[in-house]
Design a protein around this ligand. Structure first.
Ligand code: ADP
Ligand code: MG
Length: 686
C-alpha cells in the first residue's frame, strides 16, 4: 500500500499496524458459499447469489429516472437487475447470452424481486463455483471509499495479510487447562476464522474464543491486583475492639443494626485487622443505613489510636453528616469536626493543629480535607461517601498523608450490577448492604402526563396541609443549560401560582446560584420554613429531610434510571407514607416508556441497576464511565453475561492453583499480561 493510503488508514480507522488490521473485525459476513435458484427467492430473502444467463438489457426512463434494467434466467426462473449509476460502464461490461454469477441484496419493487447494483462477474472456469468462505464486510468511511479503500478492498488487504501470518505471529496465550475443557479454538485459528470463516458456525467459534479471551484477561488482571494487594500491601492494624466502639455499640446505638449492617461491619473489621491495606467498595441502596456503619468503623480506628476521616462530595452533605454524627456521638468523649471550603480561617487553623497533633480523632469534610495543608498525625481510614463524584487524582492524593497508606472505604448508593462491579471494580474488596432497615414503607410511584398537572398540584396541597413537604425537580442537562434554566423559572412561576404566599413558601435551588444562597435556600427547606423545594438535580445525592413525602419529577423522560432512583430516594425517609410522581409529556420514546415502567414497578435499586445496564450498556453507568476495564472490542458484559461469569470463575481458579503464574503451562499467559500495555485500572485507589 502506498504512503497516502497508509496515512488515511491511520487517520480514519486508527489502523497503524498489521495487528490493528487484524483486530479490525468485520461487522458482518456475506454468504457466497451457496448458489441459489431464482425460484427460491421470496420476500424473506436477503442476499442471494445466482448463476444465470443474461437474456436482455436496456436503458429506460428519462433524466433522474434513467436506469439500466437487465434480466437473467436460470432453469427455474427470471430475475431483474437494475443499475442507476455507471450505466455506460456496465453496458460495456455486459453481453447477452453469456452466463454470469450475480450477487446482491434482494429488494421488491411493485411486488417483483430485483437486485439493485448487483455484483456481477462472468461465470468462467475459476468462478464457476461458489466461494468456499463467507465474505467479511468491514466498516469503513466515505473518505476511505473515495480513495479505493471500501469494505471490499479492506477485505482484500486482510486476506493478503492473513496469507502471511504464521502461528508464531499470533501466539497462544491461554493454557490448555482452559482451552480444552471449554473447547476453545486456538488464538491463531480464531483470528483467521473471525475474518474468513467457512460457515456461520466457524465464525461463532472464533468469536467465542476471542470474547472469552477478552473477558478472561480482564478478570484475571483484577484478580491479580486483588491477590497481590492481599498478599503484599502493608496496612495499619485495627485489631482492638475497644471502649469507644463497645460503649457506642452497647449504649448509644439509636436502633438495632440490620443483619446486613452487622455482616458488613464484621467484614470490615476482619479486613482491617490483618495488617494489609483495605480497599473496599461498600454498596448500599439509598436509605440502607451506610452512615452508621461508617461511624462504627471510625470508632474502631479511634480505639486503635488512629484518626478517621469521612469525605462527602458536597458541602450540604458534609454538613448533614457532621450534624448526624455529632448527635450520635454526643454522649461520648470523641471530638468531631467539620472542614469544608467555607470554614473560617481561625477555625480552620485550629482544626489543622488538632489534626497534626492527633487530638482530633474524627474529621468530616468535603474535598477540602485533601488539600496539601491538611496533615494528619496518624490517619488510619478514609471513608468516601458517594464515590463517583470524586476524581481519581483527588483520591490518589489521600495516600501521601501517611507512611503506611490508610484503609479506604468507598460507600456508594448507586447500585452497580454484580457483573459490572466484578469487572470494573474486581480489584476492590466488596461489601453490600442488601437489606433495608425494618418498617420502611416503599414509596408509591405513579406516572402522570403533564396535562394532569393540576390534579398533581392538588395532591401536593393535600400533603402540605397535613404538615408535609414536597420536592419538585426539573431536569438540568449540561448542554442545554440555558433552556433548562428558563424552564425551571417558568416552572417556578407556575408552582407559585398554585401555592401563593404567605400561606405557602417555596425554596428554589439551582446550579446558577452562588453556593451561599443555595445553602440558605436548602436550609430553609430543611428547617421547615418552606414547604416546597423547587430544584434542579443539585439535590440528587444524600439530602435528608424525613418530613418530605412527595417527590414530583418534571420531564421525567429526560432522566436516566439511576438518577430517577436517586431522586426518589429523597422521600420515604420518615415514618409517613411517601409518593413519587413522574410527570412526562404525552409523547414518549420506547426507552423512556420502559424506564417509567421500571420505576413504577420496583423500588429495588439493584433491580433498577440491572435494567439500566440492559437499556444503556455499561459505558453510561454512573461511576464506570472512565473505567478502561470495560473497553472490550467484542465482548459485552450485558449480552455475554454467562461467558463473563465463566471467565471470572476460571480466572479465580487458575490463580488459586498458581497465584504468581509460575508454572510452565501458564508462562505464555504471564508473558502476554506483561506485554499488554496501557491498561489503566483506575478503580485501584492506591
Ligand atoms: P444511606 O445508606 O442512604 O446513607 P443513612 O445512613 O442515611 O442511609 O440511613 C437512612 C436512615 O435510616 C437514617 O435516618 C438512619 O438513622 C436510619 N437507619 C439506618 N440503619 C437503621 C436500622 N438498622 N434501623 C432503623 N433505622 C436505621
Ligand atoms: Mg448516605
Amino acid at each position: 500500500m502506498g504512503p497516502q493510503k497508509g496515512e488515511l488508514l491511520k487517520k480514519e480507522l486508527n489502523i497503524f499496524s498489521f495487528g490493528d488490521l487484524l483486530t479490525h473485525f468485520p461487522h458482518r459476513h456475506i454468504d457466497r458459499t451457496k448458489i441459489n435458484f431464482i425460484n427460491e427467492i421470496n420476500s424473506n430473502s436477503d442476499f442471494v447469489q445466482v448463476a444465470a444467463v443474461l437474456t436482455n438489457f436496456e436503458v429506460i426512463g428519462q433524466r433522474s429516472g434513467k436506469r439500466l434494467v437487465g434480466y437473467v434466467k436460470d432453469k427455474t426462473g427470471e430475475l431483474e437487475l437494475t443499475w442507476f449509476q455507471g450505466l455506460s460502464w456496465v453496458q460495456k461490461l455486459l453481453e447477452t447470452g453469456r452466463s454470469y454469477l450475480v450477487f446482491g441484496k434482494v429488494t421488491f419493487f411493485n411486488g417483483k424481486a430485483q437486485i439493485v447494483h448487483p455484483e456481477i462477474e462472468l461465470l468462467s472456469y475459476e468462478t464457476n463455483k461458489a466461494k468456499d468462505f463467507l465474505e467479511p464486510v468491514y466498516s469503513t468511511t466515505e473518505k476511505l471509499k473515495v480513495k479505493g479503500l471500501g469494505a471490499r478492498q479492506l477485505a482484500k488487504l486482510t486476506q493478503v495479510l492473513l496469507m502471511q501470518v504464521r502461528e508464531k505471529d499470533v501466539p497462544e496465550n491461554l493454557p490448555a487447562s482452559i482451552l480444552q475443557p471449554l473447547q476453545l479454538i486456538s488464538r491463531f485459528d480464531a483470528y483467521r476464522k473471525i475474518h474468513f470463516p467457512q460457515s456461520p458456525a466457524e465464525y461463532e467459534e472464533a468469536v467465542k474464543r476471542l470474547k472469552f479471551e477478552e473477558l478472561f484477561i480482564a478478570r484475571l488482571r483484577m484478580h491479580l491486583l486483588l491477590s497481590q494487594r492481599h498478599r503484599f500491601s502493608k496496612g495499619v492494624v485495627f485489631d482492638k475492639v475497644g471502649d469507644l466502639f463497645n460503649n457506642f455499640f452497647n449504649n448509644h446505638l439509636p436502633f438495632a443494626l440490620t443483619n446486613a449492617q452487622k455482616r458488613v461491619v464484621k467484614e470490615i473489621r476482619n479486613d482491617t485487622a490483618r495488617g494489609r491495606q483495605m480497599n473496599r467498595l461498600l454498596q448500599g441502596d439509598v436509605g440502607s443505613g451506610k452512615t452508621i456503619v461508617a461511624v462504627l468503623i471510625m470508632l474502631l480506628a479511634n480505639d486503635n489510636d488512629f484518626q478517621a476521616c469521612l469525605m462527602a462530595p458536597t458541602e450540604i452533605l458534609a454538613q448533614q453528616h457532621f450534624s448526624t454524627i455529632s448527635a450520635l456521638l454526643e454522649k461520648m468523649d470523641v471530638g468531631v469536626r467539620l472542614l469544608t471550603g467555607s470554614v473560617k480561617t481561625a477555625q480552620r487553623r485550629k482544626i489543622l493543629k488538632e489534626l497534626a497533633d492527633g487530638t482530633l480523632k474524627i474529621l468530616i469534610g468535603t474535598h477540602a480535607v485533601i488539600e496539601e495543608v491538611v496533615q494528619f498525625k496518624n490517619l488510619g481510614i478514609v471513608i468516601i461517601d458517594e464515590q463517583h463524584r470524586f476524581g481519581v487524582a483527588q483520591r490518589a492524593r489521600l495516600w501521601q498523608k501517611a507512611s503506611i497508606p490508610p484503609h479506604v472505604l468507598v460507600m456508594t448508593a448507586t447500585p452497580i450490577p454484580r457483573t459490572l462491579a466484578m469487572t470494573a471494580y474486581g480489584d476492590l474488596d466488596y461489601s453490600v448492604i442488601d437489606e433495608m432497615p425494618p418498617g420502611r414503607q416503599p414509596v408509591t410511584t405513579v406516572h402522570r402526563y403533564e396535562t394532569q398537572r393540576s390534579r398533581v398540584m392538588d395532591f401536593i396541597k393535600a400533603e402540605i396541609d397535613k404538615g408535609r413537604q414536597a420536592y419538585i425537580i426539573f431536569p438540568l442537562i449540561e448542554e442545554s443549560d440555558k433552556l433548562d434554566y428558563e424552564s425551571l423559572m417558568l416552572g417556578y412561576e407556575n408552582v407559585k401560582s398554585y401555592f401563593p404566599e404567605p400561606r405557602y413558601w417555596i425554596s428554589m435551588v439551582h446550579g446558577k446560584q452562588p453556593a451561599a444562597q443555595k445553602e440558605l435556600n436548602m436550609k430553609r427547606f430543611v428547617d421547615k420554613d418552606t414547604q416546597l423545594l423547587v430544584s434542579t438535580t443539585v439535590i440528587e445525592v444524600g439530602v435528608n429531610v424525613p418530613n418530605a413525602t412527595v417527590m414530583i419529577i418534571e420531564s421525567a423522560e429526560k432522566f436516566g434510571l439511576s438518577q430517577l432512583h436517586q431522586l426518589r430516594g429523597r422521600v420515604g425517609r420518615g415514618a409517613d407514607k411517601s409518593y413519587c410522581v413522574l410527570l412526562t409529556s404525552s409523547k414518549l420514546g420506547n426507552v423512556a416508556r420502559e424506564r417509567i415502567k421500571i420505576m413504577t414497578s420496583t423500588t429495588n435499586g439493584f433491580v433498577i441497576a440491572e435494567k439500566d445496564l440492559e437499556l444503556r450498556g455499561p459505558g453510561e453507568i454512573e461511576g464506570t464511565r472512565q473505567s478502561g476495564a470495560l473497553n472490550f472490542k467484542l465482548a459485552s458484559i450485558v449480552q455475554d453475561r454467562s461467558l463473563l461469569e465463566l471467565a471470572g470463575n476460571m480466572a479465580a481458579k487458575l490463580l488459586d492453583d498458581d497465584p504468581d503464574l509460575l508454572s510452565a503451562e501458564n508462562l505464555q499467559l504471564k508473558n502476554f499480561l506483561q506485554q499488554q500495555k496501557g491498561a489503566i485500572l483506575w478503580s485501584k485507589i492506591s
